[in-house]
Design a protein around this ligand. Structure first.
Ligand SMILES: [Zn+2]
Length: 1021
């Protein structure tokens, strides 16, 4: 058939235009929808060769098998941390990577359009076949691929690899690609490596279809140093120790890791270049020849069930393994902990894992849906945990608790384990189709975690705990101008990380609880079972669940869900006394017409009632002045005896204070009188946490005094005369003595917990030199401080704070703390060390205690320079944090930034605010999902000055873009509730300088983190 030339051109340009539209940076929603329609039955067969040396590149290959409904071009996602150039690989900073010896520059953001190889990837370029290089990239800077048997070379354009239609066919297709693994999300350290690919970072590691609704089966094989271990999603089914390999020089050698570099001896590309047409099965074999050097071993893992790309994971390193087998189920913990007391906690961790699994199998009526369940506890892991099936990751801080850990910390760990385990069904088994609905998996995980853990801690009031866990933190964002709806718009997966916030983690469970109480638990369970069954190993949205529940319950839940899930903010409910009755009026603080129809329960129909006594209302409840006075009076006189009523009232009073309805001094004195009498540990901890809130930074003298006074409230107090008490308050040198008398409660455990909490809260507010002196004595001889047992982390923290208070002693503090940590560590590690050394057969890479082998020492040395008094030192620490390579362990970087911006050093640290805000987009690109918010909190929490506010304001003004202006600017000023408008000294209608614009989601995060700067000290008239 002859096609007219004009039509041919038209067809070609149509396709070209479509390619350009779909293959923009990131993963656009349009691309995702397009691929979902045409692509199915995806299987990835991945191989990675992990060298011992952390700065050697990782050779890798992938075979992607998939089926096309229609013959069409295919867009793969691939955004490695290097660029392909004509003369080889180049790191994003432009530095040439000579060979595999140079570590590819991590975390360096691609910041300009230069540097790409200049080819458009969609037009084939198969004429480059003969230019294969050593490394799977030909000399023209392209990847070598075998597509359905034809060998071609492909470029990377706009973070994509385009496979031209002419190589593809309707039905089954196979694409094999050799590549060097991108390192952005490899989290590579000296002695370990782990992937963390959520939300859209699988594409930074290997070429794939990186969207949650293109689930795939994964085959994985890893080459790793023989002394290391690995875990992955699938079961390890084969471990092959490679002896002499004829074709491979004896290069991989633990003693001399310089030689590891000659990985080019193991080049698959040469083999490929000699084969013009190869079947996909053959290509797998050829690519597997990357592996097999001496000193290494090959691990082969079983094929996974269909999983989303963000859940693909493997962990490699010199971990210790503890395995437990109960009820026919084998589970292993991989860890690197050296303290035997901490390692012993693995028993509790196993208990929690097994009981969570059992609970979930029972509730869902679905057996654990994956091949196996193992966890790795990673030092300095970015999050609390991450739910990779078969290779769930946890942070050491949350799993191995300090000796001083109080019951709420134990509960926190239990909840975290239950949370990640719940994800196996909710998130892993049934997954959201797109990351705008990522909150569904989080709300399920949180809701189920609460349900699972409650019976395990009968001593805790869980209703109270639910309120305490979710309401205050959710309000912390929902009260700000940066409030977002639970379900947010997401146009491109590259912004998916910005969806995560307290609203999805903390407001969503409250909304879920409302849903369950609306339809009843039996029906909810039925709906959940149906939902899991219908969408097994597949994807489902929130609306899919509401549909099911709508049909089961016969209620119209859609309307209800539209307000609670798709609108931002919380209702403001004014309560007025009129005659004998109470009048309630609901308002939308954003003036966007949301109608929550939220109810407020009173425990009395008269004005004597306490509003929201059952703790279920999610709202800012604004009583009129008569009611407010009565509520405060009742509290002061111990008349609110119901715990739930007391907690929800405290939360609301704090919110009223924040919104300017209640003066800070009144609130603080109210908290003081409450702490004196409070016997409930949850309420006690909430009240304490408010004392160290950034809202009260300007009142630090008062908060410090309140906390000091707490230590006076003891059984002995009544025996003392009023004068004695007064004297004791003023004499802060008796501080340590006072701490003994923290409470008159006869419950020893409760007393201990309260003391520990009060002590930690005190560290947040200490400002006077007298109190700092007492803290110093405690730090010098912690073993003599019997009232609170201080663990290593507590002492580290104390060291930082004290170095700030006593600059002249900073070096001494550092050395003494370091010695303490090293000698503790030596004692506990000597046994472990021998074991590790004999296992890997070397003696020279772990015995050094100069800092590298003990991760806490490393952390301490990283953070300590940020507390020095010399401004040049701190400036250089700050400047180093501006480079992504120095933010590799994000919790450490955030700690350093927060000490630089310590509350007592505001004047000296204000100049950090603007440059730290300037790089917020880079922080988003290079950091993990929670890091932008953590970075902003670390930067701004210590500041309370008007100057600091001005800097933030100026940044927001200069970066305000026009789209945001229409949604947050002009509308806002007319519609904002007075509680925002009156007290915000922040004019949104300033002329727009608009030097640059930032993503509105990032802007929300800045507004959330800087809220206290705009609220401090402002009282409503
Ligand atoms: Zn989660």
């Amino acid at each position: 058939m002859v096609v007219p030339m004009l039509l041919m051109l038209f067809l070609f340009s149509c396709q070209g235009g479509r390619v350009q539209r779909l293959a923009v940076d990131g993963v656009s929603k349009e691309l995702a929808v397009n691929r979902k329609e045409n692509i199915k039955d995806v299987v990835y067969s991945l191989k990675f060769a992990i060298p011992l040396k952390r700065d050697s590149a990782i050779e890798a290959s992938v075979v992607i098998d998939f089926s096309l409904s229609e013959r069409d071009f295919v867009v793969l996602d691939f955004k490695p941390s290097y660029k392909l150039l004509g003369n080889g690989l180049r790191a994003q900073d432009g530095k040439k990577i000579e060979n595999r010896n140079n570590r590819l520059k991590e975390h360096d953001r691609e910041d300009s359009s230069d540097g790409h190889d200049g080819h458009d990837g969609h037009d084939g370029h198969d004429e480059h076949d003969e230019h294969d290089g050593h490394d799977g990239h030909d000399v023209d800077g392209r990847l070598t691929a075998i597509i359905n048997g034809a060998k071609i070379s492909l470029g990377i354009e706009n973070e994509h690899i385009i496979i031209p239609k002419k190589y593809l066919k309707k039905g089954a297709n196979s694409v094999a690609i050799n590549f060097v693994a991108g390192e952005l999300s490899l989290n590579r350290r000296q002695d370990l490596l782990y992937t963390l690919l959520v939300p859209d970072r699988a594409r930074t590691l290997f070429p794939c279809f990186d969207q949650p609704n293109l689930k795939a089966k994964f085959n994985l094989s890893l080459d790793i140093p023989a002394g290391w271990v690995a875990l992955a999603n699938g079961k390890m089914i084969e471990e092959i120790f490679t002896a002499e390999n004829k074709n491979v020089k004896d290069t991989h050698n633990l003693e001399n890791d310089e030689s590891v570099e000659s990985i080019e001896n193991i080049k698959s590309a040469e083999v490929i270049s000699s084969a013009e047409v190869i079947s996909s099965a053959e290509s797998t074999e050829i690519i597997s020849s990357v592996h097999g050097a001496k000193g290494f071993k090959s691990l082969i893992f079983s094929q996974t069930e269909p999983i989303s790309t963000y859940l693909f994971s493997f962990v490699v390193g010199d971990f210790e393994i503890i395995t437990e087998n109960r009820v026919g189920r084998e589970i292993s913990i991989y860890h690197k902990e050296s303290d035997p007391l901490k390692v012993a906690q693995s028993k509790e961790i196993f208990d929690l894992i097994y009981s969570s699994l059992e609970w979930l199998e029972d509730f869902t009526a679905i057996d654990y849906p994956f091949a196996k369940y193992d966890i790795a506890i990673v030092p300095g892991f970015q999050y609390g945990g991450m739910e990779h099936m078969g290779a769930t990751l946890y942070s050491d801080r949350t799993m191995f608790l300090e000796e001083s850990a109080i019951i709420t910390e134990q509960l926190g760990r239990a909840k975290l384990i239950a949370h990640e385990t719940s994800h196996m069904w909710f998130g892993d088994y049934v997954t959201m189709p797109w990351f705008n609905d990522v909150w569904i998996k989080e709300v399920f995980a949180n809701w189920f975690a609460s349900a699972i853990v409650s019976p395990l801690f009968p001593e805790i009031d869980h209703k109270l705990n639910f309120i305490n866990t979710y309401f205050p933190i959710s309000y912390a964002q929902d009260r700000t101008l940066g409030a977002t709806a639970i379900q947010q718009e997401l146009d491109n997966l590259q912004n998916a990380g910005l969806v995560y916030n307290y609203i999805i983690y903390n407001k969503a469970p409250i909304v879920m609880e409302k849903l369950v109480s609306k339809i009843g638990e039996p029906l909810f369970r039925e709906g959940i079972r149906l939902y899991l069954k219908r969408y097994a190993y597949s994807n489902a949205s929130w609306d899919n669940l509401i549909e099911i529940l709508d049909s089961l319950s016969g209620q119209n839940l859609t309307e209800w869900s539209n307000v609670w899930v798709k609108k931002r903010g919380r209702p403001i409910i004014d309560v007025r006394l009129k005659g004998d009755s109470l009048l309630l009026n609901e308002r939308d603080p954003f003036g966007e017409g949301a109608e929550w129809a939220e109810d407020v329960a009173f425990n009395s129909t008269t004005f004597n009632g306490v509003p929201n006594f059952d703790g279920t209302s999610y709202a800012l409840i604004v009583p009129d002045s008569v009611l407010l006075d009565q509520i405060v009076f009742k509290f002061k006189h111990g008349q609110v005896t119901n715990d739930v009523a007391r907690l929800s009232s405290i939360i609301n009073l704090y919110e009223l204070c924040d919104a300017g309805y209640l003066e800070a001094e009144v609130f603080l004195s109210f908290i003081e009188s409450l702490l004196e009498k409070e016997s409930n540990i949850i309420i006690y901890s909430r009240a304490l946490s408010y004392l160290s809130s950034s809202l009260f930074r300007p009142y630090y003298e008062q908060t410090e005094r309140v906390l000091q006074n707490i230590f006076l409230f003891s059984a002995n107090r009544s025996k003392r005369s009023k004068e004695d008490q007064k004297g004791a308050v003023d004499k802060s040198e008796n501080f340590e003595g006072k701490l003994v008398c923290v409470s008159d409660n006869s419950n020893e455990i409760l007393d201990k917990s309260k003391r520990a909490m009060a002590f930690k809260a005190f560290l947040n507010v200490v400002t006077s030199s007298g109190a700092a002196d007492e803290l110093y004595k405690i730090w010098e001889n912690p073993q003599e401080f019997k009232e609170v047992s201080l663990g290593e982390r507590d002492l580290m923290r104390l060291s930082y704070e004290l170095a700030i208070f006593f600059p002249q002693r900073a070096d001494y503090i550092k050395e003494k703390q370091l010695q303490r940590m090293i000698s503790n560590d030596l004692a506990s590690r000597s046994v472990t060390l021998k074991k590790i050394n004999s296992k890997i057969g070397v003696t020279n890479n772990l015995v050094s205690y100069s800092g590298v082998s003990n991760v806490r020492v490393e952390e301490f040395l990283f953070i300590f320079p940020s507390v020095y008094s010399q401004i040049e030192v701190r400036d250089s620490v700050f400047n180093s944090l501006l480079l992504s390579s120095n933010r590799g362990v994000e919790p450490w970087a955030a700690s350093a930034l927060s000490y630089l911006n310590h509350r007592t050093r505001q004047n000296e640290s204000r100049h950090y605010i603007a440059p730290a805000l300037e790089i917020i987009e880079e922080i988003q690109v290079t950091g993990d999902i929670f890091f932008p918010a953590n970075w902003l909190a670390a930067l701004l929490d210590g500041h309370s000055s008007a100057q600091a506010r001005k800097i933030v304001e100026e940044f927001l003004d200069s970066s305000l873009n026009s789209s945001l202006n229409s949604s947050l600017g002009s509308n806002l000023d007319n519609s904002l509730d007075n509680s925002f408008k009156n007290s915000l000294n922040y004019s949104l209608d300033k002329s727009l300088k608009s030097s640059k614009s930032i993503n509105p989601m990032l802007r929300s995060k800045i507004l959330q983190a800087s809220h206290h700067l705009f609220r401090n000290g402002q009282v409503r008239n």
